[in-house]
Design a protein around this ligand. Sequence first.
Ligand SMILES: *[C@@H]1O[C@H](CO)[C@@H](O)[C@H](O)[C@H]1NC(C)=O
Ligand SMILES: *[C@@H]1O[C@H](CO)[C@@H](O)[C@H](O)[C@H]1NC(C)=O
Ligand SMILES: *[C@@H]1O[C@H](CO)[C@@H](O)[C@H](O)[C@H]1NC(C)=O
Ligand SMILES: *[C@@H]1O[C@H](CO)[C@@H](O)[C@H](O)[C@H]1NC(C)=O
Length: 354
Amino acid sequence: MNYFIRFILCFILADLHRFYCDQSCHASRNAQSRKNHLLNENDDNQNHIELKQQCNVEQHHTPIDYSQMVRLPGGSFIMGTDQPVIRADGEAPERSIQIDPFWMDIHEVSVQHFQEFVHRTNHITEAELFGTSFVFESMLSEAVSANITQAVAAAQWWLPVPNAWWKRPEGIDSNVSDRMDHPVVHVSWNDANSYCRSIGKRLPTEAEWEYGCRGNRTGRLFPWGNKEMPKGRHHMNIWHGTFPTNNTVDDGFFGTAPVDTFPSNQFGLKNMVGNVWEWTADWWSARPRLDQVHNPTGPNTGTDKVKKGGSFLCHKTYCYRYRCAARSFNTPDTSSSNVGFRCAADDTNEYVVP
Ligand SMILES: *[C@@H]1O[C@H](CO)[C@@H](O)[C@H](O)[C@H]1NC(C)=O
Ligand SMILES: *[C@@H]1O[C@H](CO)[C@@H](O)[C@H](O)[C@H]1NC(C)=O
Ligand SMILES: *[C@@H]1O[C@H](CO)[C@@H](O)[C@H](O)[C@H]1NC(C)=O
Ligand SMILES: *[C@@H]1O[C@H](CO)[C@@H](O)[C@H](O)[C@H]1NC(C)=O
């Protein structure tokens, strides 16, 4: 179907709008990517851009469901740390940042909610388009593992697994039927962005995310304080035991945990650290911009997006990144079994408190 017709449909038909706009907006962000040929080789980029803008305007009017969100009051907070654990990641320096009030999802987006989005919009994830996604080796069945010859040079325990996607997180012989309340994984930044926009939300900026993580406490490592296990109680899903060979599953989970597991922080947010990495809106730079002090949005452009919070695979000896100040990155089209997201929303006077 040509883009002019899609464009008109986007204007006129509310339901169809969601479908076409979502697919097109999704495609437009990947014009340079290797999956381009799978979509439409003759796409007119200008049409794409216009369509994308139109989509964003339309989506802005979607009434937001605030029922699984909390309103964060904003104000100033200290972002970053002067005691960086992983200095190369740009955790330092500490800086005072001003944040306007905004809303944030209490939970990471679950498989259930992502499935509803897919049913509503027919969204196709990048993992599906690429045909592979990254899975931690020890989560695979022997059958799937034996089929894969190519390892990731930088980290041998990550394998590009054919047919791994959100519904089949460990490849063809896996499913999510007992994980509907777990965070969705194998979603790229582009997928996450499409999801949030389709319901009138957006990804949080890195600063908003870190403000939410810190939960009104200054200079702490974790959302609840400095102790990994206050009163001997688990507060997050990370790797216990010897990485990468022996996960003792002390916290109760080998892979992901349901998004509602563990206590919430002072803001009411759950699983800000551990469980899955969470995409943020910002482009990555290893040197944080110090000129932005009010609602910072990070670098103007880049090749990678910032992810925050660490995952169920993080271990102190290997990836001590389940701290609020920690940060990492991936290209916006990357997906893997330990990266998910949650959405944020602007504060407006139009909301109805549930
Ligand atoms: C292994 O690879 C073969 C050939 O590509 C494929 O037909 C089969 O489904 C794969 N099996 C698993 C468990 O991935
Ligand atoms: C889904 O996976 C679970 C756990 O691996 C398995 O017990 C179940 O049979 C699978 N269900 C289907 C429909 O394949
Ligand atoms: C944040 O902490 C301050 C000082 O302890 C307290 O007065 C304020 O109510 C807290 N705000 C929230 C939103 O928890
Ligand atoms: C894993 O570590 C635990 C705790 O140190 C130990 O008891 C257990 O034997 C180890 N398992 C393996 C397979 O090495």
